[in-house]
Design a protein around this ligand. Structure first.
Ligand SMILES: [Zn+2]
Length: 650
């Protein structure tokens, strides 16, 4: 059997079947833990087979729950989750198994990495601590998840508590009708416009709202949300610091790096400062242009933070006179998909062949992948929006390439899911350019998994790849979606079959680079604040002082004193990004550098692309990414490449 068939026999029965499988797996694990076999083949090999068995079984349900959501899928999914988390914690607390794994060794690269990862996982969950500290760690983790919840709840309450009612039509002139329709409401028989601090509403006014006073009011309300989170932040930072110390780290930043690609806290800080330094000169120019524009059109003397979005949009319109509706007729979904598959085929010498196999929805398109004539993987594209599908776009890996304990080879499979506008009887599905970018992005994740050739399950494909480099292959492929020679392959008008004009092709790239340096500087500010905040213990006013210090180089406009941006920084205080926000840019440097290595004036550099496949995609998580990168190009990725990608001269 090459691939699993996509099907779930009985949703109602699913949680029961899962329970049976997990109970059987726990028995197998107990057997492995107790026997006298201390070899890799006898312990870690069969353990990974269990992972694959569980993923093969569970992935179709989580996938179905996302793309064909129904009461039945929800019920089955919700009944499964607690079972899975209980199972995971039973394994994490299996000390006898940990002791056994510590005694296993191997000289082979992949098994060595699997052993290392396993030990690290146990250590980071506190397996080596004395009982008392283990309990302390558990309490800290519990308290931290409570505090994260408090942080989001305070933020949510504050966001929902505010509204701005605008009565005068003149104060909403220029706001797109789709945004206005959402704001329009009746108060005592009168039509008024209600703006809130929810992102779409806030962004609509800050980008298009003509009344400067209202823009100031909204941005002040936004920047002063949830003042009580200041206290929550202190508690979170204190506990994170304690947690890191308990586990033997100098700081929470150092703890965060234990499972990441970046090797030291100094390296991350240096990288961010360097990126900021390189982007700053152009950012100053971009801001100067914007200020001059605001002075020219509205006689703005003192340009402020709440003016940035509004005048940026107006200047963009003046400079490019360009929007999505102009390119959309040229991006017909079926042409874009086959064009993208052609690009991937050429770059990596593979073939995609449409197959007829069971799918969850008739719009799903499955393809088998062949390398040198041999079957190598399967990918399913499910690209159109529908009511039962959750929003957004993602790649979901299903099967993995590996060799199991009995010596049998398994092939990988993955789902690529997007939410493009659906086709109707009269019109095909047409994509915006950012949809095209999204498709390339998710396919980049897809080939990272599908081109994996490792033998060990837990480091094959996207398995075991560090969090700060997981976006490298996706952003790498994404960069191709702005290139003229690539777009020319599939950008034909869906009615006239005319190719897209040079002018439009140029505008696609120019608008990507618009105010790119200001954007980078902003990301550097967020990342540096997050990372340095976790390098020591900061409390009370020290948090604000740290941020002010960073802003001396990253903020080109004066930030008002009332601005407490940190109280709303949910990514790091209520999400998984603590001391990890830098990952966005970290991975992007690799993507940009790799992109330039694989392209030259004539198009693809075939030899380099082959190397990218061999050293990066094939190797999955079997070695650290920076080491794979060096093996590929004989050097490290250069920060300058990222700036070059955005047309920033350095
Ligand atoms: Zn991604």
């Amino acid at each position: 059997m090459q691939f699993q068939e996509f099907k779930i026999e009985n949703l109602e029965q699913f949680p029961k079947d899962l329970e049976t499988m997990l109970a059987r797996q726990l028995e197998t694990i107990a057997g492995i833990t107790k026997n006298d076999d201390f070899t890799y083949a006898g312990v870690l090999k069969p353990l990974q087979d269990l992972d694959e068995e569980l993923e093969n079984f569970f992935t179709p349900l989580s996938h179905l729950n996302s793309v064909e959501n129904s009461e039945e899928t929800q019920k089955a999914y919700e009944a499964s989750l607690p079972q899975l988390s209980k199972f995971a914690s039973q394994i994490a607390q299996n000390e006898a198994l940990f002791e056994k794994i510590k005694k296993i060794s191997s000289d082979d690269l992949e098994p060595k990495k699997v052993i290392e990862n396993n030990i690290r996982g146990f250590v980071l969950s506190g397996a080596e601590l004395p009982m008392e500290q283990k309990k302390e760690l558990e309490e800290i983790s519990l308290k931290l998840s409570e505090l994260g919840n408090n942080f989001s709840q305070n933020l949510l309450d504050a966001t929902n508590a505010y509204e701005l009612i605008i009565e005068n039509e003149r104060d909403v002139e220029g706001i797109p009708e789709s945004d206005l329709a959402l704001a329009r409401t009746e108060v005592e028989g009168k039509t008024v416009y209600k703006f809130t601090l929810q992102a779409p509403s806030l962004m609509a006014y800050l980008t298009y709202g003509p009344n400067r006073g209202y823009r100031e009011e909204l941005s002040r309300a936004y920047a002063t949300r949830a003042p009580q989170n200041g206290e929550v932040i202190d508690q979170i930072l204190d506990l994170r610091f304690k947690k890191a110390k308990l586990l033997g780290f100098e700081s929470y930043s150092e703890y965060s790096l234990a499972e990441k690609d970046a090797s030291s806290t100094a390296e991350v800080t240096h990288f961010l400062e360097e990126l900021g330094r390189l982007a700053r000169p152009q950012a100053i120019e971009e801001l100067a242009e914007l200020k001059a524009f605001a002075k020219r059109v509205d006689n703005i003397e003192e340009f402020r933070g709440f003016d940035v979005g509004y005048y940026s949009e107006k200047l963009k319109k003046e400079k490019f006179d360009f929007d999505n509706s102009m390119t959309k007729p040229y991006f017909e979904q079926s042409k874009v998909l086959s064009g993208m598959l052609d690009v991937v085929s050429e770059l990596f010498a593979v073939e995609f062949k449409a197959v007829e196999v069971p799918v969850w929805n008739e719009k799903t398109q499955p393809f088998d992948i062949y390398k040198a004539g041999e079957l190598a993987g399967r990918v399913y594209f499910d690209l159109e929006a529908r009511k039962e599908k959750r929003g957004g776009a993602w790649m979901h890996n299903w099967e993995t390439h590996f060799t199991d304990a009995s010596g049998e080879q398994h092939l990988p499979s993955a789902f690529i899911v997007c939410n493009f506008s659906p086709s109707t009887e009269d019109t095909p599905s047409l994509l915006r350019h950012d949809d095209v970018v999204t498709l390339f992005h998710e396919m980049g994740h897809g080939i990272h998994h599908l081109f994996g050739t490792c033998s060990e399950h837990s480091v094959s494909g996207v398995n075991g790849v560090a969090w700060d480099v997981i976006e490298f292959p996706s952003q790498f492929l994404e960069a191709f979606a702005y290139e003229k020679p690539i777009l020319k392959r599939f950008a034909f008008h869906h009615e006239t079959a005319e190719p897209m004009s040079e002018e439009l092709l140029n505008k696609i790239n120019d608008t990507k680079n618009y105010q790119a340096a200001l954007g980078i500087l902003r990301q550097v500010e967020f990342s540096l604040f997050d990372f340095n905040l976790h390098k020591a213990l900061f409390q009370g006013d020290e948090v604000q002082e740290l941020l002010n210090g960073i802003r001396e180089t990253t903020a080109l406009l004066e930030v008002p004193e009332y601005n407490k941006f940190q109280n709303g920084f949910a990514h790091i205080f209520a999400g998984g990004y603590a001391a990890g926000y830098y990952s966005y840019k970290w991975a992007e440097v690799l993507s940009a550098d790799a992109f330039f290595a694989c392209t030259d004036e004539s198009g693809f550099n075939q030899e380099k692309a082959e190397g990218y496949q061999k050293y990066i995609l094939n190797k999955g998580g079997s070695e650290d990414m920076s080491s794979l990168y060096k093996q590929w190009l004989g050097r490290e990725a250069e920060v300058e490449s990222l700036l070059k990608l955005y047309g920033i001269g350095v």
